[in-house]
Design a binder for this molecule. Structure first.
Ligand SMILES: [Cu+2]
Length: 102
């Protein structure tokens, strides 16, 4: 786990749950990795683009839009519960679904 955390800037939200989790979703070979089984509000998602081209992690509902140059990563704190479809602005065929519970 420490190897995954290395290099990640982790800034907990002010109201973060004490048991907040860190999820890493890798993007490689023009695909999003598997969605975490359980995501709660207050958790952190690290989007890690290990692919050779740039991607984005963009919420269909507009709640987030993260640019991911090749071989880069960025993190976000999950703020609202619900189901959100995520796609890549450069490759609209890249999609995944995140299910967030309170
Ligand atoms: Cu893409």
């Amino acid at each position: 786990m420490l190897a995954i955390l290395a290099g990640v800037t982790f800034t907990p939200a002010v109201a973060a749950r004490a048991d907040a989790q860190l999820h890493v979703i890798e993007i490689d070979k023009m695909k999003f990795g598997a969605a975490p089984a359980e995501i709660h509000v207050g958790d952190t998602i690290v989007w890690k683009n290990i692919d050779l081209v740039k991607h984005t992690a963009t919420a269909r509902d507009g709640s987030f839009d993260i640019d991911l140059p090749r071989k880069s990563q960025d993190s976000m704190i999950v703020k609202t519960p619900g189901t959100v479809e995520v796609y890549c602005r450069y490759h609209p065929g890249m999609v995944m679904t995140l299910v967030v519970t309170a």
